[in-house]
Design a protein around this ligand. Structure first.
Ligand SMILES: [Zn+2]
Length: 221
């Protein structure tokens, strides 16, 4: 993909387009309330910014909020830089997942095209971020996967993807990293409970994963 270069958009525009893109990716309804939660800003601030983005031709509002072609290209370039930066921060600099996610939120706005290309080359053109989320513009084909919480006791699985929604849940990445629930790790479902908690065995350790995360972590079987 030819990287999309915009005429220097305000970081806030990038932030909003990215949030809309990622909510969509996780099948969350894109309405102002969800954007406010994701970006931790007030509802009035969101509605003001959405009006500006509409004026710039980056979003369209029709009950729900969607990206226009230009908005999508801007979002893809920001998400690409975010996910490449995460890879660099974890694979090369050995930062923790949680730190990398936070730090990449700043890098995504300042990485130039040259740096982006150099990073991509150094990293061997990765197709996903360390959490398994596809890097826009990379040649990624998602495997057939299902939410961890839908598996039956005794099922073996391989962790495939920790969706962006979980990356934003406070403490979640720290928890998953310490429990070794990382893309590529193999495990077995050892118990399920009516409250939606799924207990898994990964690397000899048993860990209970709550309903919110179990419904979202994608695994292959
Ligand atoms: Zn990530």
């Amino acid at each position: 993909m030819a990287p999309y270069r915009t005429p220097e958009y305000h970081p806030a525009f990038e932030e909003y387009c990215e949030a809309i893109y990622e909510l969509n990716e996780d099948d969350v309804d894109v309405i102002q309330a969800r954007i406010a939660e994701r970006l931790e800003v007030s509802r009035p601030a969101v509605s003001e910014m959405i009006r500006k983005l509409e004026g710039e031709g980056l979003v369209a509002v029709d009950g729900r909020i969607s990206l226009t072609g230009d908005g999508l290209r801007l979002a893809e370039s920001v998400v690409r830089r975010h996910r490449l930066a995460e890879r660099f921060l974890t694979d090369v600099l050995k930062l923790s997942w949680a730190e990398a996610h936070k730090e990449a939120g700043k890098w995504e706005h300042v990485i130039s095209q040259n740096v982006e290309e150099a990073m991509d080359k150094l990293l061997g053109a990765p197709t996903t971020c360390p959490h398994g989320n596809p890097i826009p513009g990379a040649d990624y084909t998602a495997p057939v996967s299902s939410p961890l919480g839908e598996l039956e006791v005794g099922s073996a699985f391989v962790v495939n993807r920790i969706p962006e929604e979980l990356e934003f849940a406070p403490g979640m990445l720290e928890f998953l990293e310490s429990a070794d629930i990382l893309p590529g790790r193999a495990g077995v479902i050892t118990a399920t409970s009516p409250d939606g908690t799924t207990t898994v065995e990964v690397g000899g350790a048993h860990v209970g994963i709550g309903a919110f995360a179990s419904a979202r972590i994608l695994v292959t079987t």
